[in-house]
Ligand binder design. Sequence first.
Ligand SMILES: Cc1cc2nc3c(=O)[nH]c(=O)nc-3n(C[C@H](O)[C@H](O)[C@H](O)COP(=O)(O)OP(=O)(O)OC[C@H]3O[C@@H](n4cnc5c(N)ncnc54)[C@H](O)[C@@H]3O)c2cc1C
Length: 398
Amino acid sequence: MFDVAVIGAGPGGATASRYLAKNGLKVCMIDKDHFPRDKPCGGGFSEGLLDEFPYLRKREEEFLKGVAKVGVLHSPNRKIVLRGTVDMAVTLRTDVDNVLFESAIEEGAEPLVGTRAKSVRFHDEYVEVVVEGTDSIKARVIIGADGVSSMVARETGLNKRWPSSMITACRVAEVPAKYHEIVARYSENLDYHFYANLGGLPGYGWIFPKRDTINIGLGIVGTHAQGLPRVFNAFVHHLKMEDLLMKNADVSGAKGALVPTGGPLSKSYIDRCILLGDSAGMVSPLTGGGIAYAMRAAKHATVVLTKALEKDDLRSTALNEYEQLWRREFGNEFNDQLLAQKIFTSPFTNLLFEIGSRDTKIQHMVSEAMAESSDAGIDMKRLILRTLYVCLRASFGL
Ligand SMILES: Cc1cc2nc3c(=O)[nH]c(=O)nc-3n(C[C@H](O)[C@H](O)[C@H](O)COP(=O)(O)OP(=O)(O)OC[C@H]3O[C@@H](n4cnc5c(N)ncnc54)[C@H](O)[C@@H]3O)c2cc1C
């Protein structure tokens, strides 16, 4: 019997597996894929994350593909451009996820890969994870880190299904490019670009230049997602016309994927089970970024589960502390991001860009928020006050 079965070995599951194993617990880390494996993603996160997880910093040369220093934000009507400084690390998920996966194994987590977990059965003293092709895994407690379409969330009733308004459908391509082609278009600062509400639909397009690839993507809120392939093709065409993408750029490898952007589930635990990362909706509704949240939640899960296993109390009353901890650290950020998402997908977005173009502070705040390079997330109160101040200043002709 394992102490913990972790279902999903992405950033959330691998981080939890690593810390739990480091604490001397017997951990089974289950993933349907073999590693290294790709995961459709922009691959951007705050560079500061590498210092929160120093074992990543030590191996950064294996996955870090540069640090974007400038954000360039385009208004929906393409007439206004905002610019700000950022610190956004860019990576390929194949590489960084593999480093996380290996780090968990180094600490003693036992991998079970290429094996899909099909269902979970709760017993008085343990949980049984029914897996494809081999005997079921028994563990005293489980972690559901199995991503946006989480089987664990579904089976436990914590989330039967995301409503389409709480999900963003994406299309993303990692376009191979020579470094000189990248620098010519995005400078050595690896300027990242963000396009608000492409095709008049709620969501955004992005370009994350990296050392040997250019990551191009588009996300549209699920209720409007039927327009996704058409708008993605138009986006690629536009970038080629603007020479932000080489004329011969190959986007044939573009992949579709979902990300939960409606804020976290109201509850992320039950008896003998914790959810983290995408499975619990821990993703910025504004940017779709969730790597950092998944990893931070994993740390909290480790603290609470280690204690609960020691006391042999895995009831929801004991696991409730997990939810308190992650909500205290970053739960409030989701409220601001949800508000920002509503404002930035509203008909007033062009006007807001117009106001922002008159003020470097606003440009800096918004660029940082979109690159998630500010530790505080997006501070909507500050942004709204600053916007009012800029409007007042303009109305007095200052
Ligand atoms: C197009 C796109 C672009 C994105 N860009 C960014 C970005 O730039 N920055 C950022 O921070 N976030 C980004 N995100 C979000 C980010 O990908 C997720 O928030 C992050 O991967 C969450 O990590 P996780 O560990 O919770 O889940 P995942 O990374 O999804 O990992 C889940 C793992 O579970 C495994 N699994 C699933 N089901 C089962 C099963 N039944 N049995 C066994 N294994 C299973 C999967 O194989 C996978 O390895 C993006 C998402 C999308 C879709």
